[in-house]
Design a protein around this ligand. Structure first.
Ligand SMILES: O=C(O)CCC(=O)C(=O)O
Ligand SMILES: [Fe+2]
Length: 209
């Protein structure tokens, strides 16, 4: 398993080759459990580019959210050639659209979750980074950040060119509703080198004991 405690993975994510271990976990599928609300979420994500301006992973303006954290952990990505343009997304947060997220939160057993939806167009990346949930931990008074988990939900079937890398493991060929997670601090990235927007939903929080 790869973690942010190993800084060298920033530069050589595949150096270990395929050792048979999978650095992410497939947890299940939320499409059927969400019933008639599922198409509402998907339509919302599809139309997100019309209701939310694009922002980038380098934006530190979202004071209420964890983006500044991610931006910090992207380190020298700009020097490497990533730009606010090619690292854009359209992003919505659960506190802005509670009715979209409430049924999702009811399905997962999180204490006080936060959520977001990402609409990533062809040509856009989220470069290699780890999320350490500083804002989330502070806002909920959580001392042990390792107790915080993220679940990532794919909102549409995989389309060629849609891609994540978690540690050494490539994530692709998912089905709409699939939910994955990875260990706290694991480095990951996403890229859309395909022809259709890539739509995902993130749930962050502590799993109810
Ligand atoms: O949905 C994606 O593109 C992955 C975004 C990401 O970095 C995350 O969920 O932590
Ligand atoms: Fe991330």
């Amino acid at each position: 398993m790869i973690c942010c405690d190993s800084p060298e993975v920033r530069l050589a994510p595949t150096a270990g080759g395929s050792n048979g271990a999978q650095d992410y976990q497939l947890l299940g599928n939320l499409r059927v459990p969400l019933g008639t609300h599922w198409p509402t979420i998907v339509a919302f994500a599809q139309g997100l580019d019309r209701i939310k301006q694009r922002s980038s992973v380098f934006d530190v303006a979202h004071g209420q959210h964890d983006d500044p954290d991610t931006a910090k952990n992207l380190g020298d990505a700009v020097a490497m050639g990533f730009t606010a343009d090619n690292c854009s997304h359209h992003k919505a947060y659960a506190d802005e659209f509670p009715l979209i997220f409430a049924p999702v939160f009811s399905e997962v057993n999180f204490v006080s979750p936060s959520g977001s939806i990402l609409h990533q167009k062809p040509g856009w990346f989220c470069p290699w980074h780890a999320d350490i949930f500083t804002f989330y931990a502070r806002s909920r008074g959580i001392v042990d950040k390792r107790s915080i988990t993220r679940h990532l939900v794919f909102l549409e079937d995989w389309s060629p060119g849609h891609y994540l890398l978690v540690g050494n493991s490539i994530v692709h060929a998912w089905e709409a509703g699939d939910v994955i997670t990875w260990p706290y601090g694991a480095y990951h990235l996403s890229a859309n080198a395909g022809f259709r927007p890539k739509l995902t939903l993130q749930i962050t929080g502590q799993i109810r004991p």
